[in-house]
Design a protein around this ligand. Sequence first.
Ligand code: COA
Ligand code: MG
Length: 289
Amino acid sequence: MDPAARPYRSVLYIPGSRERAMEKARGLAVDAIIFDLEDAVAIEEKANARKLLAETLAAGGFGTRAQIVRLNGMETAWGPEDLAAIMEVGPQAVLLPKVETAGQVEAVAAQLDAHPACGETEIWAMMETPVGILNALTIAATPRMTGFVMGTNDLAKDLGCRYRPDRLPLQTALQTCLLAARACGLVCIDGVYNAFKDEDGLRAECEQGRDLGMDGKTLIHPAQLAIANEVFAPTEDEIDLARRQITAFEEAEAKGLGVAVVDGKIVENLHIVTAKATLAKAAAMNALD
Ligand code: COA
Ligand code: MG
């Protein structure tokens, strides 16, 4: 699937040490999986998880779900070995934690360039430190970069901000990363909602992320999937409006006009770009579901 058209409504973290959860993921309604070797894996489990994950990816069976591997940082004791082991399976994407500079991405890209199985491997970056956020544009502009994942828990820790349901203290960081992602054609996925049994809270945070422009939400538990899949998909009303805008604009153009009116609002060419993107997104989601 064309990476630009691929839906990322729901992006589920699974610890690379949890065999049963990875098995389960082969049947879940999830757009993308982040197989984690970093913070969800205890230090004494790091080596086992690396081996288990490499075997699991080689065995496959994840269908159209995007597969992203979160490595330990290259400056840690485990990162370089994680990268070496995962490169052997030719991963679709590697996700680097706590990225702060373009140079960190370039160093991993150079290793992927030199590996015969990794010609197509994408690089994603966790955006979760103050320096990283301030360098978002140069990080996004690095070759092989395809996506940002917001690490809101780490970021809140470093900012020293309080948790608020409206996430006011995080808005500057979220929007800075969105700006950089859009400037460079990257996907941008919102951070996790920790209270995984609170459905109303999750829905509200998904809606906020969607309204900001996020492509989807990272999730920690399968119980969160349905809400993210619903919130980040265009609604029937949005699809209907998009169709009517396109029809009305074509009719206006046929009469030599550059503007149409639908539901009392003007429709110009720029709205048609959005309308067509909405229909393409809906079609891509239908193809997956
Ligand atoms: N992905 C896939 N399956 C998962 C899952 C996940 N992230 N989390 C739980 N499951 C599965 C369990 O294996 C279990 O399946 P089973 O009953 O068929 O064996 C089922 O969902 C119910 O799990 P539950 O008992 O409710 O949760 P738990 O107590 O086993 O685990 C967490 C709760 C939060 C520890 C677990 O969901 C988890 O590890 N999430 C990911 C955390 C993570 O990766 N964090 C890093 C980024 S913030
Ligand atoms: Mg983190």
